[in-house]
Design a binder for this molecule. Structure first.
Ligand code: URA
Length: 237
């Protein structure tokens, strides 16, 4: 249980000032578990209680974990002057201060981006020491032969000294141009550089899984939803 004052909870997640919230409460616009709230010094359980403002449920959990299906052309940062970011795709109902993508995808990569306000959780899924696999579907310009696949499976060192740890590689077609690849680290342009090192170019790249949690197939590109507590456990499994 995480019990805190309602004005503090709502203000923290929405950014609305406590004074504004006081006015809203006076006007009967805030409810706690279905009952209109007059006194915002009342405490609520952020993990189990339901709060609404103007009829909309506010996610008051201490932290939020969002699954986004990133489209091409969107960048994985919190703000940018010219380009749409993954944070721009979060609808008002889920938006809160401090959201950031836990791991970046390139502008032309699609698929699963996890967005959260929980720095410790993000560190855990990104640290190579924690061994959380990131699974991608990779489309290539030209086939990779058996030797190339073996190199990627065993780990390789680029001419510039960059070391890529062993990856799990599964061919998805007969002519070795489509692979499922699992990597356990997240170096800059990692998959593209791995395949470049074995003589092929990545022409399509989609992340479909983080740890044991798959991207929801019903989630259209550009859409997102909250990750449930049960799903969250799958990430480290
Ligand atoms: N590897 C890449 O090269 N790009 C990504 O976006 C993710 C992994």
């Amino acid at each position: 249980m995480e019990n805190e004052r309602l004005d503090k909870i709502i203000s923290n997640v929405t950014g609305i000032s406590r004074n504004e919230l006081k006015k809203a409460a006076k006007q009967g616009r805030i409810t706690l578990n279905g009952n209109t709230v007059n006194d915002l010094s009342q405490k609520a359980d952020t993990e189990n209680d339901t709060v609404t403002l103007d009829g909309e449920v506010i996610n008051i959990k201490k932290h939020i974990y969002i699954m986004l299906n990133k489209p091409e052309g969107v960048i994985s940062s919190t703000d940018d002057k010219t380009c749409r970011t993954v944070i721009d795709l979060i609808p008002d109902g889920l938006y809160r201060k401090g959201l950031f993508p836990a791991g970046r995808l390139d502008k032309d990569t699609t698929g699963f981006v996890l967005i959260t306000d929980d720095g410790e959780f993000a560190h855990n899924i990104l640290s190579p020491k924690k061994h959380v696999g990131k699974t991608y579907i990779v489309g290539l310009s030209v086939p990779v032969n058996k030797n190339g696949i073996a190199l990627l499976e065993n780990g390789l060192t680029l001419d510039d000294g960059t070391v890529f740890k062993p990856a799990e590689i599964t061919a998805l077609d007969g002519d070795n141009r489509m692979f499922r690849v699992v990597i356990f680290e997240g170096k800059y342009h990692q998959i593209k550089r791995m395949f470049d090192a074995v003589g092929s170019e990545v022409i399509s790249l989609k992340r479909i899984k983080i740890g044991g949690l798959s991207l929801d197939k019903t989630l259209e590109e550009g859409c997102c939803r909250v990750i449930t507590n049960e799903e969250l456990k799958l990430i480290n499994s």
